[in-house]
Write a protein that binds this ligand. Structure first.
Ligand code: A3P
Length: 297
């Protein structure tokens, strides 16, 4: 993807309807809010760094792996599954890409907290797949991502990032509000399938089976085996269509997009004091939620 590097500068965070955001994801707000969803659109929703690309690739293979194999070798995943709210100068906006998608269904990605999702998705009763990842690993992954991605705010050092994450001062706001808001929505909106990243790592095939039953798909055993193999961390890291190596705003010399793909990498980053502080704060913030995460397998 070619972008005009001069026009791409690291943004500042600001408060947007009560959520900390950067302008790259709010500049196109009116157009996005007026997005016309179709009943068969499928929305993939996540807090950043929870496994969006993994889920996008699985869904893309489930729907189009056999009928349109050339897509897999020629179109990067971020074009096949547009990022609805992104608006970066000299790049097609996510909405433009979504409007141009030739496929049925259209697979569309968002990092919006639930209250920002364009109302048309709810009116059309679209299927939604939400992926959540435990806060500690999500934080670590987000830190390395902000280091290497020039359209993200400066991450600062690890200890200030750790604090800011707990304060919810991240692009797309508070992790705690995001995962809890979507979890609450699941209680009233039946077409929402909530997946945990840790379950995907532990049993990718089992999670693909559950996803298929949610989507009403019944691929053959061979096809499911093929998809499970294709979406492994090592294969996605090698695959130029899924590893983001074709995008210019990311500096892989700082950190690769496909970084580790593990549960528990937080132990290599959190100090004992940071972990205690985090756990105490977590209990308070999540006390009203029934959500349970695993931070190790
Ligand atoms: P790490 O930085 O911990 O390695 P997103 O797609 O939402 O930006 O999430 C990126 C995170 O998901 C990265 O985490 C990336 O390595 C991980 N990921 C992507 N594909 C994966 C896979 N096939 N298996 C495990 N983790 C994967």
């Amino acid at each position: 993807m070619s972008v005009d590097q001069d026009k791409v500068v690291r943004p500042e965070l600001f408060d947007f309807h009560g959520v900390s955001m950067s302008h790259y994801f709010t500049d196109n707000w009116e157009n996005i809010q007026n997005f016309k969803a179709r009943p068969d659109d499928i929305l993939i929703a996540t807090y950043p760094k929870a496994g969006t690309t993994w889920a996008s690739y699985i869904l893309d293979l489930l729907y189009f792996g056999q009928t349109a194999p050339e897509r897999q070798t020629s179109i990067p995943i971020y074009t096949r599954v547009p990022f609805l709210e992104i608006a970066v100068p000299s790049m097609d906006s996510g909405k433009q890409l979504a409007d141009k998608l030739p496929t049925t269904p259209r697979l569309i990605k968002t990092h919006f907290p639930v209250q920002f999702v364009p109302k048309s998705f709810w009116e059309q009763n679209c299927k939604i797949v939400y992926i959540a990842r435990n806060a500690k690993d999500n934080m670590v992954s987000y830190f390395h991502f902000d280091r290497m991605n020039m359209i993200q705010p400066e991450p600062g050092d690890w200890s200030s990032f750790h604090r800011r994450f707990m304060e919810g001062k991240m692009v797309f706001g508070s992790w705690y509000d995001h995962v809890s808001g979507w979890w609450k929505k699941k209680q009233t909106y039946s077409k929402l399938h909530y997946i945990f990243y840790e379950d995907m790592v532990e049993d990718t095939r089992g999670e693909i089976d559950k996803l298929c039953s949610f989507l009403g798909l019944s691929p053959s055993v061979e096809e499911k085996d093929r998809i499970t193999g294709g979406v492994s961390f090592d294969n996605m890291k090698k695959n130029n269509m899924t590893n983001y190596s074709t995008i210019q705003v990311m500096d892989f010399k700082i950190s690769p997009f496909m970084r580790k793909g593990k549960v528990g990498d937080w132990k290599n980053h959190f100090t004992v004091a940071q972990n205690e502080e985090f756990d105490e704060d977590y209990k308070k913030k999540m006390k009203d939620s029934t959500l349970q995460f695993r931070t190790e397998l």
